[in-house]
Design a protein. Structure first.
Lengths: 582, 582
């Protein structure tokens, strides 16, 4: 059987950083060449990063990214390079048509524009050709129909004597798939390049889809994914090669850069009915029968942990920061955030700020100090009392009442926000926020207070999972890094005497499953009631989710780890009187 | 020639408020019936409001909106009703398929879902049929390919002896248009229902498109639009009837609800090649030859004014508030915001808060007081000095330096934010923010400070236009409501002694045109330089726009009045290292 040596090039690129992205690509190509590879494969839009969003409307961005691709092509040799980039369709006149449609130009027929999501095939100093993505996802976090014109061609490529079909991401997920068309048309190997963001259970879904395509076509499939964080998305890597019999020959790391070289057998040559472009004709140096190279898959909680660590690290570093600060309250959310930040950035770069008020309990401070010691992070204490007193004195005459309420609770949270932002401004740090998905869902937060910050590390983690992650972290470390008292005390915002979360919310064991139904599964109060939940609680919780939309739209990004995160995934109007009651 | 009497029903509906929307629709239908109309026409998605966004993924929302349509149909009589609503396609099995595609279900082919953007034709207690929108806009602020399955049928309707073609919004804007297909297929009249958001010059673009379709088809066209604000969008109404000769027979008000009745001649009956559904057969009571009914069109600056007033009013009222507060600084931006708010909500509902610091000038307070008097709004003064002093005392030991800088400037702005939010929380007000588009573009604002608030009234107004609107407002009022001193003083944030905007930014006469090129026309620094702008300024300004994205994503919504506003219109990554330099 014919075989190939391939490099799965799983690199952490940054949106818009064209020069550095090309540098990373060329370094990996050099590794692949030194290893005698026939083919080096990179992820979708590796040249410009994914998703570039409305940068795609800038004509110069398209041209600069084409120039960046030319650098890759020029450096290519006998090892073919397959890499994702943005191209434009010059077939209808050569003029770039990348702006959003201009409806003021009568007739101004809305075009999707002539920008293409493409995979270039390069070798020996040239771009040999391109494949244009056929299927453009426009759901969940994806908006590709906003930007791209779909392709409709099935080019094949002759690489080291093997006929190869190349396609992009979504093209593998549809029925009928371009994968099958290309395998039927003569491809002995399918290469699928991806920008496939992580969520829980994504690896299993992907493996199942790859297995299905291989079973249908009896043709090996190379799947290469990006790795790294980009705003709310984190790409998990986990690139694979599955041979024609369905065996996994290679699997790359999760959440880490890697250039993995693998030799594997491809399908015997078959009749070719699609156009083939010659790319390279150097015979392959690959060897058959080597053992598979499989990086271990992480356990579910560790997988989430690594996603959160990589998401936070890349957000901080790629935006030009090294250090972060955050408010450490003595509660579980900020404790978990601290541990993730220490893992992501190194303890020296993490600055915890304890900001007690007249309502803070003693254990909040002592637990926090213990956590800082255990993590090796800096902790400082700044009482909010002087500012709190000043504001009460300034505002009480205005209030016409001295009744204590939400106003005074929110104020304490906002004073803490002012302190954190002042420290961040002064020292050049980013502020991390510590709210979890349950709080974010019901609006149990203070806008410009505890939501003030650049990145919300555990925004997509339900409260019950916050506890699981914290316990699993201690377990893996084999010691009590997060103090047991933090894990066991009743959750409280400590904004009034003896406040506890469960005074205003149902216990999280009840709340979280209801919220998941509403947020992730589009259920309404009526649906919850029909499923047996308490009617009044169902209506109240569903309403809280709806009316908190204004807070979420002004809250920071955070790493997406579920199939429906708050962010691009869930686009709700703020002005919305639909309640979905029976 | 045959003729019809039609009611253009331009109503201000709220997303998700199904019952109230139907009440408004039925009240208009009653008016139409009492006027002896043959046909009452409502805008796109009038039943549920536009845009419903991800509410469309809730199966119960679709069903509830179908039930709401049934209420309209039941109440209909001999006056046919054409109204936009959401339907679902039951052709492929009857099961709702409204969830975002579930890629974990192998094979999980991404479907656009079976939700339809439809126009119902109702009469005599029944839904007689529907038209499903063919062309789904997925650019600028629109995401319709995320939600809807397109239609492909061209049904015609027999109403009072006239064959009518019905289509939805975008269907009129494309080539070839369903308008032409239906006119060629026998339609004597085209009805186009719309949810067409306002921006400057939109009315002219629409008129040109309508004129073009009428000229091509020699068939009269009825264009009905929504009116009212929905988050960042404002629908301007301005519904029209254009007869087969191109004459405008009726034009409804801009930015106001109206049920306008008009009689007009339709095309003589012609051969019919498309399927026709009988809707009503009562002969029309319409009269030919009546004079046109044309509401006057507003002047350009007044048009923008009314858009801003309606956008702010509907945001405040539709979210359940009556009163607003805001920081009145003595500058032009907050003065203009005050005037718009007073116009939108009534002066009694507008609460100005003056929050001087040690750097505020005397004229700031005196000008502000004069403005409050002129507008008849409440003004109160709360010095930030006590809180400012408290924070400096709390933080100076932390700072390891007593150098004055951005940290201290931002802090003052944030203390003002705390005060405004406390007042809003205590009294049940909304906070309006006062930043303009130029500031928003370059990030000349303090996050959680002057960006703290629910609605940014003049967010999409360039600074130079802020002055124009303010002067035009005084001119129309024929008196100096906004004091001349506010119009003529040099812009300053007053966050340090003798601060002026032009110390850190070019003059607005230079800045605004550059920003418009970058923000609205996708230009990069290199493009600006090639067009003759100063190289260093071009690079600096383009960079400021890029790096302020994190601020914009946490800033409140504001009314869109340009063809490219910050918001759904312009979707940029925060993590983005593309600079577009030469």
């Amino acid at each position: 059987m014919p075989s190939l040596r391939i490099a799965l090039c799983q690199i952490d690129i940054i949106v818009g950083d064209l020069d550095s992205n090309v540098d990373l690509i060329l370094a990996a190509v050099t590794q692949a060449e030194e290893a005698g590879c026939d083919l080096a494969v990179f992820g979708e839009l590796s040249i410009c990063g994914y998703p570039p969003e409305d940068l795609l409307f800038k004509p110069k961005f398209i041209e600069d990214n084409r120039a960046a691709l030319a650098r890759v092509a020029e450096a290519s040799g006998d090892c073919a390079v397959i890499v994702g980039y943005v191209d434009r369709d010059e077939s209808d006149g050569g003029e770039p048509d990348v702006a959003a449609p201009d409806l003021s130009k009568v007739p101004g027929a809305p075009a999707t524009g002539a920008v293409l999501n493409a995979a270039a095939v390069c070798a020996n100093g040239e771009v040999k050709g391109r494949y244009v993505k056929h299927w453009l996802p426009n759901y969940n976090v994806f908006d590709e129909k906003r930007y791209f014109r779909p392709g409709d061609e099935y080019p094949l490529w002759s690489i080291a004597g093997v006929t190869v079909g190349v396609c992009v991401c979504e093209d593998m997920w549809v029925d009928p798939s371009p994968v099958n068309v290309m395998a039927d048309g003569g491809a002995q190997l399918i290469v699928n390049i991806n920008a496939s963001p992580y969520h829980q259970d994504k690896v299993e879904a992907r493996d199942a889809m790859i297995a299905r395509r291989v079973e249908e076509t009896a043709t090996p499939l190379v799947y290469v994914n990006l790795v790294g964080g980009q705003d709310e998305l984190v790409f998990d890597g986990t690139s694979v090669v599955v041979d024609g019999s369905g065996e996994t020959i290679a699997r790359s790391k999760q959440f880490a850069e890697q250039v993995q070289v693998a030799d594997f057998a491809v399908t015997d040559s078959k009749p070719v009915s699609l156009p083939v472009t010659m790319v390279t004709d150097r015979p392959s140096a690959s060897v058959e029968g080597l053992p598979p190279k499989l990086e271990p898959l992480l356990e579910p909680l560790e997988e989430i942990w690594e996603a959160l660590v990589l998401g936070a690290r890349d957000y901080v570093h790629n935006n030009g920061f090294t250090d972060i600060c955050f408010g450490l309250s003595g509660g579980i959310d900020s404790a978990l955030t601290a541990a993730i930040a220490a893992d992501a950035l190194g303890p020296d770069h993490v600055h915890a700020v304890m900001m007690p008020s007249r309502y803070s309990s003693d254990h909040s401070l002592s637990d926090s100090e213990k956590l800082c010691q255990n993590l090796g992070i800096e902790g400082r204490t700044i009482s909010i009392e002087p500012a709190h007193a000043a504001f009460l004195e300034m505002l009480t005459p205005e209030f016409e009442t001295d009744e204590w309420g939400l106003t005074e609770e929110n104020m304490q949270s906002r004073l803490r926000g002012v302190i954190l932002m002042a420290l961040a401004n002064k020292f050049g740090w980013l502020v991390l926020t510590t709210g979890n998905k349950s709080e974010t869902a019901v609006g149990y937060s203070t806008l410009y207070g505890d939501t003030a910050g650049a990145y919300a590390v555990i925004k997509d983690v339900w409260k019950l999972q916050v506890y699981e992650l914290a316990r699993d972290y201690n377990r893996r470390a084999n010691r009590e890094i997060i103090p047991e008292n933090i894990l066991t005390k009743a959750p409280s915002a400590e904004l009034r005497p003896d406040q506890r979360d469960d005074q205003s919310l149902p216990p999280y064991e009840v709340l979280d499953p209801m919220l998941a139904e509403i947020v992730e599964h589009n259920k309404t109060a009526a649906d919850l009631i029909a499923a047996g939940h308490d009617p009044e609680t169902s209506k109240r919780i569903a309403r809280l989710v709806d009316i908190a939309e204004f807070k979420r739209q002004q809250s920071p990004l955070g790493t997406r780890i579920t199939k429906r995160a708050f962010g691009k995934d869930r686009r709700m109007p703020i002005t919305n009187l639909y309640r979905g009651n029976p």
